[in-house]
Design a protein around this ligand. Sequence first.
Ligand code: GLC
Length: 441
Amino acid sequence: MGIIEEREKRVQWFMDARFGMFIHWGLYAIPGRGEWVMGDEEIDTPVYEKYFEEWNPDHYNPKQWAKAAKNAGMKYAVLTTKHHEGFCLFDSKYTDYKSTNTKCGRDLVREYVDAFRAEGLKIGFYYSLLDWHHPDYPAYGDMYHPNRNNEAVKNEKRDFNKYLNYMHAQVRELLTNYGKIDLLWFDFSYEGHMGEDWRGTELVNMVRELQPDIIMNGRLEANGESYGSVMTDEPNIFSGDFACPEMIIPMKGLRTPSGKKIPWEACFTMNNNWGYTPMDLHRKTASQIIRKLVECTSKNGNMILNVSPTPKGEIPKWQLDILAEVGEWMRENGESIYGCGMSEFEKPEWGRYTRKGNKLYAHVLDECVGALPLPGVKGRVQKARRLCDGSEMLLLTPWVAKEFPGYEFVNYGNPEYYSFHIDETADNVIELTLKEKTEVL
Ligand code: GLC
């Protein structure tokens, strides 16, 4: 089997799942100015460590997080076991800078794994390749390190290879001590820190040996702006199993130059930040999120939606409310998302199609005047039902449609040229049963 075929097999559960939860949580929740605060504000380690002294998430109850994810219709989760700040949410033998050494004294990763696994969700680990706390990670002159401009550390001797030993050892711990891990999300590569600079071949071989079924993103050689060799017809050992567009949905999905499907997962925040940011009030609505999930699905991609727990360990109420609302929609309409993908039919003006087997799902985002024209399926539809309740929709061509013979038409009621009220808040899904089954494109 070639690399692409093997990848296809490995990612099957992932691409069927379509919807996951990203969790960005770390010391940065305390300053509450985003997970990059240490780098952005060039905060020196001894100063930043005051958050470590203070860390005590006494409201942390990952069972509630897992329930919220499950009820939202999410099928997997990815937690930041260590972000760029270097603080470890797990009990690592190789550092003191870890949650078990804080006031809370808990292995936050272990509790997350147990809770999410108990809800039947697949388990993912985010692990930052960058580390602004480790004494051997390049500091002065680095592109991002908080001490990048700090002349005082200019002549410090830092041994990057020592850092790599540490990083490899931690990845080994994460993939050894917590049972089966389904997904590994490395973050991220940049000039001089890319692929083999991370001793990448050795790292990937270790990962695959410890967790043969795990799927990996491609940021061992990529980042948010370029997705690396996963985009080619000849992926390499660093390509990973899927591309991860950040805060963008690829316009037409992603394919290799020869037209093969590239598995991808778009990651989104609920406001504008990954880490807890109480002053960021630019909140997406549940309806927007549902529509974006539909868009990703209709282009063969996944959406991983971020939550940003507070320093005390709670997912903010407004985020829980959104998850609950998305979950209500998913309970009625999840069939049009899970296991679904791109259809061969052109994108309808009023919304999108998703497709699975002989079902074509019409996601109506924009109410029509009169009957809804269905592009591409003339003569191929057996029946039409509202997905939310199974009730009948009428396949009737209105008398005013004579000039448009290429379309099938569907209406919510009779007479067929009337308009009928639909709730436009999110997405009304019509399940179209086609006469024949064809593959998702
Ligand atoms: C990034 C950022 C980051 C975030 C992530 C999520 O490139 O560095 O803070 O964790 O990607 O996609």
